[in-house]
Design a protein. Structure first.
Lengths: 373, 316
């Protein structure tokens, strides 16, 4: 309840402050231009945000090494929203008011994006999100919104196909954590699986005891469960599922695709099927991945997409654009050949020509199964 | 609504609800003891619990248990588990006593209002949560599997798992020990005397500060035991673990009649089972809605909770 009230309060606050910070769009930056990153840098979901931040840092470092005289701040402007809309709400206006922040990679999460986008729209701040996959996001500010990955409209059906390809007569039970992302993703999985869905349950973020959900799964005689949500809770859930003696297939989306999931769930994570509209740095470019590790940054899920997003903005700056408006125009109209794909956004800010990849957890490691057909 | 599930999996759900309820009951004893003596809701109690989970984790590390190890067996396992239990109880007990000395004692002695003490309690709670958020980088921590989880037997479709049996039995024993302590020992007598009438018992020579310290120590140790059992069953913790469990345990205490030991015990088990049943029938998302509605209904009919309010009234 507290969360709902604070979310409502946040939205109210955001709408209020959005108007107040609007003039920032025209204010000129007198110092070096800054690239911002927004995502969870602390909190239970921090692992994902750090993966992405590392991609942005790496892109910036390489850019500055190649363009010594560039008027770009070598430090990424870090915005920690903890992946939580209630935290993102009050922070977004502060970011918008920073005159020298001319572009933002992020927000990482859909819920946080929904409250941040209206603020950035009124401030004219261009964003490219590497991982917020909720399909409704363009409606919150398509003028400045760009997305470097496919939405849940693609990921959900791909996840459904992955489950069926591994388990021909799959009967699937759907569980989601009630977050914006999870509900959106589950909906598309549900539609694709249609007659195969044998039951559903909602376990809101913060649930620690999954006893009743597991009893339902057992009674439904499901042969697979699709968990829509984030890795920290997915780990707790899959552990309890395995401890209850259940051996059915566990599948989940990109929210779970994280080394932390395997670290927390350990043996219970074995055999888990995961999907993501992302490609690991190691697969996209082993050479750059090695270079990154050498520089002290470990690539992870969405590092490649964040690297591409940051590079697109840096392209814009290199082409002589120094204001929010001109940078936004550049990324909205031009294209960038990235590691994961060529970034070329349509009127809604969506990218095309990308795949959803499947992964399996084997011997405590994430193994890429390839693009899901 | 899925009443068929409740019918088919009744014993399994009841058993799991009892295990969850045992943990609630142990935590709620801390709320109830402190309320019985000071008429104060110790809002920092959920963090006393949280510190217990981390202490058990640290103790397991000191005992040389690694995350990737196979579960231990025989006496080695029993010994490791006991050390973790004792570490959690000691850490939580000491934390509870320190919280009392730092946040409540001076306020009490200077005759501060109940509201000032309440705010002080909330302040301590928030500081401890934030401290652990910083220490743990906000990441959840996992507890290694010290004891293998196996099914002991199956009864009417309910799989009875060893760790949950241990939790239910051990929680029962702990509460029995606490009850004996309150009814039989000298300090127990002191606690009952102070809960009945603070000024009279001072006149009778009861050292009130000592009694209050013992109360916090006992409540803290019970929360520490709950922390160990929680981490044994769920095998993870985080800086915010105390929040939801603390609210549930506080609810259990109120449901049973706050200030009453038997009430806390009963309230804990009732709430644990109730939450499990409502999750099964209405879906997990509805658990809190239904459970708290029932709480409101109980309080509407019987405002002092199921067992009446204070330690001396119920005569434990």
């Amino acid at each position: 309840m507290k969360k709902i009230i604070s979310a409502i309060a946040t939205v109210a606050l955001v709408v209020g402050t959005a108007v107040a910070v609007a003039p920032a769009a025209n204010a000129a930056c007198s110092g070096k231009l800054k690239i911002a990153y927004q995502g969870p840098l602390t909190g239970p979901e921090a692992a994902l945000g750090i993966n992405e931040l590392n991609g942005v840092k790496f892109a910036l470092k390489k850019f500055l090494a190649a363009n010594k005289g560039a008027n770009v701040d070598p430090t990424v402007y870090e915005v920690d929203d903890q992946g939580d809309p209630a935290v993102a709400g009050p922070i977004a206006p502060k970011v918008a008011a920073e005159e020298c922040v001319v572009a933002l990679v992020g927000p990482a999460y859909s819920g946080a994006s929904k409250v941040s986008l209206p603020v950035y729209l009124s401030a004219g701040l261009s964003i490219i999100t590497p991982s917020a996959t909720n399909p409704t996001l363009p409606s919150f500010g398509k003028e400045i919104f760009h997305r470097a990955v496919l939405t849940d409209d693609y990921q959900g059906p791909a996840a459904a196909r992955l489950i069926v390809s591994k388990n021909k007569n799959a009967k699937v039970f759907l569980v989601n954590d009630a977050s914006d992302y999870a509900v959106g993703l589950q909906k598309t999985v549900d539609i694709t699986l249609a007659g195969r869905v044998v039951g559903k349950d909602v376990t809101p973020t913060g649930t620690t005891d999954f006893t009743a959900t597991i009893a339902k799964i057992k009674k439904s005689k499901a042969t697979a469960v699709f968990y829509s949500g984030y890795f920290s809770q997915a780990a707790v859930f899959v552990k309890q599922l395995r401890d209850s003696g259940s051996k059915i297939t566990f599948a989940s989306g990109d929210g779970t695709l994280d080394d932390q999931f395997i670290k927390l769930a350990r043996k219970a994570a074995e055999g888990a099927l995961l999907t993501a509209p992302a490609i690991p740095m190691e697969t996209a470019s082993p050479k750059l991945a090695a270079e990154m590790v050498k520089a002290g940054w470990k690539p992870g899920v969405y590092t490649t997409e964040s690297y591409d997003a940051a590079n697109f903005f840096l392209d814009a700056i290199k082409a002589g654009n120094t204001t929010r408006a001109s940078i936004n125009k550049y990324v909205s109209t031009k294209s960038h050949k990235g590691l994961s794909k060529t970034l070329k956004f349509d009127a809604e800010g969506e990218v095309s020509g990308a795949d959803v990849n499947g992964f399996i957890v084997k011997n405590g490691k994430l193994v890429l199964l390839g693009a899901i057909k | 609504m899925d009443f068929a599930l409740l019918r088919d999996a009744f014993w399994g759900l009841t058993f799991d609800g009892l295990a969850l309820g045992a943990i609630y009951a142990l935590i709620s004893l801390g709320y109830t003891l402190v309320y019985g003596v000071l008429r104060l809701i110790n809002f920092a109690h959920s963090e006393v619990f949280m510190i217990g989970t981390f202490s058990a984790l640290v103790a397991s590390g000191i005992m040389g248990v690694k995350i990737e190890d196979d579960p231990r067996t025989g006496w080695g396992m029993v010994f490791t588990l006991l050390i973790c239990l004792i570490a959690a109880m000691l850490a939580s007990g000491i934390t509870a006593v320190l919280v009392e000395i730092i946040a409540y004692r001076r306020l009490r002695q200077r005759g501060a209002t109940k509201l000032a003490t309440l705010i002080s309690a909330i302040g301590v709670s928030i500081s401890l949560v934030e401290l652990f958020r910083i220490i743990t980088d906000s990441l959840p921590r996992e507890f290694p599997r010290i004891m293998d989880k196996t099914f002991l037997f199956s009864y009417a479709g309910a799989d009875i798992r060893n760790d949950k049996v241990i939790v239910i039995i051990a929680a029962g024993l702990m509460m029995f020990a606490l009850e004996r302590f309150i009814t039989k020992s000298r300090y127990g007598k002191g606690i009952r005397a102070v809960s009945m009438d603070e000024s009279t018992s001072t006149l009778m020579g009861v050292n009130i500060n000592k009694v209050i310290t013992v109360t916090f120590l006992a409540g803290g140790m019970m929360a520490g035991a709950a922390a160990f059992f929680y981490i044994l069953v769920y095998e993870n913790t985080s800086f915010k673990v105390g929040f939801f469990l603390g609210i549930s345990a506080f609810t259990a205490a109120v449901l049973g009649g706050i200030g009453n030991l038997k009430g806390a015990l009963f309230g804990g088990f009732v709430l644990g089972i109730l939450e499990t049943y409502t999750s099964a029938v209405f879906g997990t998302a509805w658990k809190a809605v239904i459970s708290f509605l029932i709480l409101v209904l109980v309080l509407l009919i019987k405002p002092t909770g199921l067992f009446g309010e204070s330690i001396q009234q119920a005569r434990v």
